[in-house]
Design a protein around this ligand. Structure first.
Ligand SMILES: Cc1ncc(COP(=O)(O)O)c(C=O)c1O
Length: 425
């Protein structure tokens, strides 16, 4: 453990710059749309081409500086090999850091690569994690099935009950791992309370912010230590790539970087290009997702055939007060709702909708719709589904950026069709 690499990565006295960076220009003073467009963009100095080129290379010429960096374990700050770092990665990482108000970020080949590498980097043998029953199935499986194989353990609790979370903390607890907004019932984790618990017990707080993104909530500004995202969803927003991110202090991200090298989940340069290009419209897209979802949630709630709507922006949401203070009017593009007549009518509704596409995933420019009972929560028995609130007729909708009048008209005709006599679905 006394090699130079370990010293460089863990040396607390080492002066840490933000980054790594290709263009040290700060965009901190700007708002999200300006950051989305300009931060991280690396105009090619050789050709003056505007926009970050795709550096589709696996390796780089070695020189004195890179040999020295390899010897001293400083590979993160040099171009050596694309699994370690690549200008296309650095560029999109800078844009993300700017949007997250983070010192440093890493992009990964998937959200799960980001989540598993982050947790493995932060935890040690014997560590315990407190997490939530309402988390993404892939993360749940990693925590439940894999941690114990490394001598670690997990307790699943409620994302909203601070008393239960505190009671689950043990002497060996190292991490509180939660999602800012949960799937599919859109429960809100009180981030400031969680951060206060983390401080009280000296724990790291790691938040998956996929459903909200840094546009809706800047988790790091609220004191969270690390924020992870599935970039597959809103960050990319076009349903055409798989990716993940982690952002936080340079010190913590430097600790995750060697774990990424070992797990091998770095993002390909072409995917980086797609992600950086998509992020240029990130704030614009998020604004429309939020506005459309609020209007559609209001429409659905007022419809006589819709039994219940789950949406943080509605006064009927059990945590609407927290939503107002934590999300500041940016309530996300996700809605869940229950239709009268159970799962049969839910399927019938999907078959009559013309615009929302029946597909899993979320955060695309196109509306995506699915039923939790046969997708995200399919591995649970009917009783287990009921116990966690997955009722008959529950539908999950990722509201896209289509014109809201078209979306509402489509739901109107589809719901009418479901309840028309003699409708065959
Ligand atoms: C909240 C959340 N986190 C993480 C993931 C995993 O992301 P990926 O599919 O990019 O690995 C997902 C995927 O659906 C998700 O919904």
């Amino acid at each position: 453990m006394n090699d130079k690499k370990d010293i460089w990565l863990n040396d607390l006295k080492r002066k840490r710059e933000k980054g790594p960076t290709l263009q040290p220009e700060s965009h901190a003073e700007f708002k999200d749309s300006t950051k989305s467009v300009h931060a991280g963009q690396y105009n090619d100095p050789n050709t003056n081409a505007l926009g970050t080129p795709i550096y589709q290379c696996s390796t780089f010429y070695l020189n004195e500086s890179s040999y020295k960096a390899i010897e001293e374990g400083r590979g993160r700050d040099e171009m050596i090999y694309s699994r370690y770092g690549n200008p296309s990665q650095w560029s999109v990482q800078e844009k993300l850091s700017s949007l997250e108000n983070a010192e440093s970020s890493i992009v990964f080949a998937s959200g799960m690569a980001a989540i598993s590498s982050t947790l493995l980097a932060i935890l040690d043998k014997g560590s315990h994690v407190v997490s939530s029953r309402d988390i993404y199935g892939g993360t749940y499986n990693f925590l439940y099935e894999d941690l114990y194989r490394y001598g670690m353990s997990v307790t699943f609790t409620s994302p909203t009950d601070m008393g239960a979370i505190e009671a689950a903390i043990q002497d060996d607890t190292k991490v509180l791992y939660f999602e800012a907004l949960t799937n599919p019932l859109l429960k809100i984790t009180p981030l400031e309370d969680l951060v206060a618990l983390g401080k009280k017990y000296n724990l790291r707080v790691i938040i998956d912010n996929t459903f909200l993104t840094p546009y809706n909530v800047k988790a790091l500004d609220l004191g969270v230590d690390l924020v992870v995202n599935s970039a597959t969803k809103y960050l990319n927003g076009h349903s055409d790539l798989i990716g993940g991110t982690v952002s936080g202090s340079r010190k913590l991200i430097d600790r995750i970087w060697p774990q990424m090298l070992k797990n091998g989940g770095s993002m390909d340069p072409h995917a980086c290009f797609l992600l950086e290009r998509s992020l240029k419209t990130f704030a614009l897209r998020m604004r429309t997702h939020n506005e459309n979802a609020l209007q559609l949630a209001n429409y659905l709630e007022s419809h006589g055939k819709i039994k219940r709507v789950y949406y943080p922006g509605l006064a009927s949401h059990g945590q609407h007060g927290l939503a107002k203070s934590q999300m500041k009017g940016r309530y996300s593009g996700m809605i869940s709702f229950e239709i009268e007549g159970g799962n049969e009518n839910a399927h019938c509704l999907l078959s009559h909708l013309k615009l929302p596409k029946e597909a899993t995933s979320l955060g695309g420019v196109e509306s995506l719709i699915s039923l939790p009972y046969n997708t995200s929560q399919a591995s649970l028995t009917k009783e287990q589904q009921k116990a966690i609130g997955i009722n008959e007729g529950l539908i999950r909708l990722s509201v896209g950026i289509e014109d809201i009048e078209d979306l509402i008209a489509d739901f109107e005709q589809a719901i009418n069709n479901v309840f028309k006599k003699q409708t065959v679905c």
